[in-house]
Design a protein around this ligand. Sequence first.
Ligand SMILES: [Zn+2]
Ligand SMILES: [Zn+2]
Length: 643
Amino acid sequence: MIKITFPDGAVREYAPGTSALDIAKSISEGLARKIIAANVNGQVWDATRPITTDASLKLLTWDDADGKNTFWHSSAHLMAEAVESLFPGVKFWVGPAVEKGFYYDMDLGDRQITEEDLRKLEVKMNELAKQNNSYIRKEISKDDAIQYFADKKDEYKLDLLTNLKDGEITFYSQGAFTDLCRGPHIPGTGIIKAIKLTNIAGAYWKGDEKNKMLTRLYGVTFPSQKELDEYLQMLEEAKKRDHRKLGRELSIYTMDDDVGPGLIMWLPNGTIIIEELEKLAKETESAAGYKRVVTPHIAKESMYLTSGHLPYYADSMYPPMELDGEKYYLKSMNCPHHHKIFAAEPKSYRDLPYRIAEYGTVYRYEQSGELFGLMRVRALHMNDAHIYCTKAQFSDEFRAVNDMYQKYFKIFGIDKYVMRLSLHSPDKLGKKYVNEPELWKETEEMVRQVLIESNIPYVEVQDEAAFYGPKIDVQIYSVIGREFTLATNQVDFSQGRSFKLEYITPDNSTETPLIIHRAPLGTHERFIGFLLEHYAGKLPVWLAPQQVKVLPISDKFLPYAQTILQSLKNADIRAEVDDRNEKIGKKIRDTELTKVPYMLVVGEKEMNEGTVAVRRQGKGDAGVKSIEDFIAEIKTEITQRIG
Ligand SMILES: [Zn+2]
Ligand SMILES: [Zn+2]
């Protein structure tokens, strides 16, 4: 008998050769139907593959990331089967799972695939899925594998085979289709219940533009029609909320060829949002004991050699400019400048924690193909700060940073977020990670404790830390469930030493401070992109570029509208009068489109009574009020940053 250890620590005995699926069946038929794959001793396996030795086992379902990956990759095989049955002679390259779904690269010869073909392929895939064909794994010798694909005249698979050795080659077959693949796959095609082929694209073989252009078909599949429907609805909603579309419609930002790709210019409306965000950050940071600093946009090469950005990150920096025999670089990070500020005056333990903040502008050379709206740009305004502290102060400082993140999440109605704690790998000390085994252990444990105590949802990832310390990536989700990596929060015990930063301890010796890098609001570019999508452009009153629009019913009430406008302006409310000679219905509709939160309609009755008829964007009539009452209410909403 073999011993199988389950995630809860339970150990049970089974006959050798039992599969994960057999084990699931022995627990319940219902469970067995949900099994997609299995994690056996840390490796993802076919649920049907026989287990022959003692092993740890986790059954994987749709709810596991590895389960989804296996489901989608297996769907790529199903799509390939459908393609081959409709277009015989097709040759395949690779078909991996991606973040949401899968693709397969293929050579269709002279054939151009159309949207109509995609619909036909979906029908075929559904038909093949209903046959519930098993995915059958077969180990095969290299000679036999080469023979098989030589017969098929598939030079792409033959190319893949050149890098493989005997003993590590497997074929998988389902229905009439056989593929070279290391797996794993789902037990059978029957659990693929809903199929959507989403896109046709071109992709150079091996990503090299000198090679032939292959056809890439994208698709996504689900274990139920309901999940596919929800996904398609989310896509539809995401299209409406696209920050590039809203950015144009609401006059938030622009780009220009003469300025350069990825360089954002903020229009007056976008600038108001920026100023409100900075006001929030400054208030919050000032209350948390940060001091503000200002640093230049460039620095000499020598500083980036000290920081280690050069030569390692030279590719992501703008090329240098030469001046008086020196090379200057646009800064790609604010950290080195801040370290120099720390070092500018002698520090004692009494000066620590030393917290300095700046909305710093940094420049990164993103590949032009990577640029995307506000999400991937070349000049960024970062909500940056650095905290220099002693080891004893670290936990409290780190906790305060996390509290700040959570305060912001509450203000912006971000209910779902995950912190991804990236740890080092002990066998790579001195290579990928600075060689400080004790400090790594200590700080990782401190960070972990703070996350647990603050009840913050987090996941741990091995071997993804920064060179100089553990790193926490913050992933947030918009109201429609789309994921954004907002910011990184880092612990650093290396840069302090590189920059020879010191403070005097109580017993008069010198010590290097720990550094926390943090940027809870990320960059203006990415965060405003996120907010536009999150709020579908309907920004809360405190952030809205225009907060109130006064709409006179006719020209006769224009003077009254102007006195209302003056009262609003006196109260520091961003307002305008719609003085066009248009019907009130049109004025309301147009204002709705610009997503101004409040409209004040004024006519005969309002003028005589000194009131305004209030309308809330998207919600309609909100009653008649005196202008004083309206101002008092909106001021509360603004100062408390409600909504
Ligand atoms: Zn496969
Ligand atoms: Zn930094």
